[in-house]
Ligand binder design. Structure first.
Ligand code: SF4
Ligand code: MG
Length: 321
């Protein structure tokens, strides 16, 4: 498989106002030196608790936030170096699906005008062609085309997320960044939307970066899974390997809540003690050490770097040499 997206040493630091003085030291390392590659046609799941930087990571890819440093190579082009205007063609190819379809859909517009908007912005197609495209995509996402003249509030949560997905598809993208696309939906509806996304991927040859806080959601159709903690990637592995034998103690803790496939048996529950540390003042050494059941002396002083521990499998933890 060809790489479609290669992220290299990506950092996004946000300055934090402290009182009236903006001190140079006051910053949050939302994304701190993350490198990973996405291959065409795959789904890479990215998980971690809220505030771990996974949404910022997704937005940085689309240049919705400019990275502090690092490269975002899309099909060989570094998007982080492009101007707003130069970014335009790539904004067609890379689309985002958001967590809350309701707040991301303009409530004063009909579904048809919401779906036509991206084509208008990019000056694509005649009016008739745009109408036909809306009808086609509506059916592709499982919505009756007669619904196009209704407003977002007339739909259920699941239907609204279908509209959000339809909007992302209007410009025939190659890569979709889905930021917690089912987190706001009832469990019964989640599976339907995930199945739809999976079908669309096959039909349209889409690549997904699928962001979630829950390992059971990305398990559904990710080929590989990355785990983030406080702005850093702490583990990345194929789905099969990660779910069979998670290596990083943080992944192990997240995983202990997920039933083992086919048996429904849960692993021994590892409770995460304490809260996610304040990202403005992260712990020394391994940022996870205050919550880690396997913490050693070295963990408090030395930050573990990502190490390759198998083919395409990396982990950042002193337990693995
Ligand atoms: Fe735990 Fe140490 Fe590994 Fe961090 S480096 S996850 S503290 S064992
Ligand atoms: Mg988020």
């Amino acid at each position: 498989m060809e790489p479609i997206l290669e992220i290299k040493n990506l950092k996004k630091y946000f300055p934090v106002k402290q009182g009236f003085i903006r001190r140079a030291s006051g910053q949050v390392k939302a994304v701190d030196d993350v490198s990973l590659t996405l291959y065409e046609g795959e789904t890479l799941g990215l998980v971690g608790e809220s505030g771990c930087g996974k949404s910022t990571f997704g937005r940085t890819v689309l240049q919705l936030v400019k990275p502090t440093s690092g490269e975002v190579m899309y099909k060989g082009k570094d998007l982080s170096k492009l101007s707003f205007k130069e970014m335009r063609p790539y904004r067609r190819e890379i689309q985002m699906v958001f967590q809350d379809p309701y707040s991301s859909l303009n409530s004063r517009k009909t579904v048809r005008s919401i779906l036509e908007e991206p084509m208008k912005i990019h000056h694509l197609f005649t009016r008739k062609e745009r109408e036909e495209k809306v009808d086609h995509i509506m059916e592709l996402v499982g919505l009756n085309r007669t619904f196009a003249d209704r407003y977002p509030h007339e739909f259920s949560g699941g239907q609204r997320q279908r509209i959000g997905i339809a909007r992302a598809l209007m410009l025939d993208p190659s890569l979709i960044i889905a930021d917690e696309p089912v987190s706001a939906l009832d469990v019964s509806v989640q599976a339907q939307v995930l199945n739809l996304m999976q079908d669309l991927q096959k039909q349209l040859n889409l690549t997904y970066l699928f962001i979630a806080h829950d390992l059971s959601v990305v398990k559904h159709f990710s080929s590989r899974v990355g785990v983030m903690y406080l702005g850093r990637l702490v583990e990345l592995a194929s789905k099969t390997e990660l779910y069979k034998e998670p290596l990083h103690p943080y992944t192990q803790a997240l995983m202990s809540a997920v039933p083992i496939p086919k048996t429904g048996i849960k692993r021994e529950r590892i409770l995460l003690t304490g809260d996610v540390p304040n990202p403005q003042n992260p712990p020394t050494g391994c940022a996870f050490h205050e919550r880690c059941h396997a913490c050693m002396d070295i963990c408090k002083v030395e930050r573990p770097e990502l190490k390759e521990v198998g083919k395409g499998r990396v982990v950042a933890c002193h337990l693995y040499k």
